[in-house]
Design a protein around this ligand. Sequence first.
Ligand code: ZN
Length: 84
Amino acid sequence: MANRVDASGTGESRVNPNVNCLYGKRCPKCGSYGPFEVEVFMRVLLSDDGSSDAEDGTIDYSDDSAAVCFDCKYEGKVGDFNVP
Ligand SMILES: [Zn+2]
């Protein structure tokens, strides 16, 4: 089970507060816990007029997807953000 951390964060704990989409992730350069910009794959319904939501509009990404730290603009891959 993941450790739960008080969101008010007194700063005494260095436990990563990310417990969902960013579980275990933080910026390898500045230590930010996010948000991060991530290049994702998504299926859309493409027609001559443009694109719209597909029935399966699931957003997907992997450790090889491009990622950028919102705070310091560090550019890497999602897997680079798996910092202990
Ligand atoms: Zn950063």
